[in-house]
Design a protein around this ligand. Structure first.
Ligand code: NI
Length: 325
């Protein structure tokens, strides 16, 4: 068995609709929906803007098999609920279930940095909640008759696993790793690019950092549109990049930082490379980041666009759009 995940496309919608309305899937779901293709198209379009959900098509040996989802993602507190179903009955297997669940934990805890993942299962779906327990979950509570559906009430088991619990358990587990593509997760796809350091005197600071093993390419860049002078420093022993930023006048964006620091050099932004700068800005606005500097071409990066956003908790960040291929 080789399982893989991919993006859901419009061609999948009819199949997904039929799976989701089939008796073997709905019997363990909170609702028995009556879906239409039109409604499915709206659902697919809404996913693009929905920062609280992630959905992937599950494929087994190249065949569409089902859907796995993160539900109610709480980015601020670092937790999420999740679920999946295998619509193709002949592709269901315990091995697939274990691979999906454990790989999802790796993705959520390693890549997204979450603290806790929770999950709700009908009590009568005993195989599944017992599997969650085998994968490290604890039962948080059981609620009698929590879901009422077509005149029948169902007991629900609430389960939860925390990051440390998973890291401890997975040391002894063998499972086929399924890669969770971050195709729609521009946040997960933010690649740290450089650390910006505010400095009062760029030449003196270049000398200071050279004494700590940083290599200077000999160039000082004037970005007069931003009122700053820049120098980039690299290392021979790693890929880290420092950007020294010095003000050209009192109105420069780093002047305030340096005044506060009494001209002592200080880290002041982290830059991330992103594939879709507008989309990342939209998502971060939804997480209470303020756009302080709209995307505009930067002379230091061959006119690739750069934007700045500010968060009380994560400080000033710079977004640098990827090089066009
Ligand atoms: Ni920068």
């Amino acid at each position: 068995m080789a399982a893989a995940l991919r993006q859901i496309t419009e061609d999948d919608l009819e199949m997904i609709m039929n799976w989701r309305m089939s008796e073997t899937v709905t019997k363990f779901m909170n609702t028995n929906p009556k879906l239409t293709l039109e409604g499915q198209k709206k659902w697919l379009a809404s996913l693009e803007k929905n920062d609280k959900a992630r959905n992937w098509m599950i494929e087994v040996d190249g065949n569409p098999a089902g859907v796995i989802s993160l539900i109610d993602v709480d980015w601020e507190n670092g937790n999420t609920s999740w679920g999946y179903y295998i619509g193709e009955e002949k592709l269901r297997s315990l091995k697939l279930a274990i691979s999906l669940e454990m790989s999802l934990y790796d993705y959520c805890f390693d890549i997204l940095g979450f603290k806790e993942i929770h999950n709700e299962v009908f009590k009568l779906n005993e195989g599944v909640w017992k599997l969650h327990i085998a994968c490290g979950n604890r039962i948080v509570k059981e609620v009698q008759g929590e879901v009422a559906k077509e005149g029948v009430s169902y007991d629900v088991v609430h389960l939860s696993i925390e990051r440390d619990e998973w890291f401890e358990l997975r040391k002894n587990k063998k499972y086929e790793k399924i890669h969770f593509d971050i195709f729609q997760d521009k946040i997960g796809g933010m690649t740290p690019h450089h650390l910006g350091v505010a400095v009062a005197d760029i030449k003196k600071s270049i000398m200071g950092f050279r004494g700590l093993g940083w290599i200077w390419d000999g160039e000082i860049i004037d970005d007069s549109s931003r009122g700053v002078r820049l120098a980039f420093l690299n290392r021979y022993d790693s890929d880290e990049v420092l950007e020294l930023v010095s003000p050209v006048n009192e109105k420069s964006p780093v002047s305030h930082t340096l005044n506060t620091m009494r001209n002592v050099a200080t880290p002041y932004h982290i830059c991330y490379e992103v594939s879709d700068i507008e989309k990342t800005i939209e998502i971060l606005k939804g997480r209470r980041y303020t756009l302080t500097d709209k995307p505009k071409p930067a002379v230091a990066f061959n006119d690739r666009r750069v934007a700045f956003m500010l968060s009380r908790d994560a400080g000033l960040i710079e977004l640098l759009e990827e090089e066009k291929k």
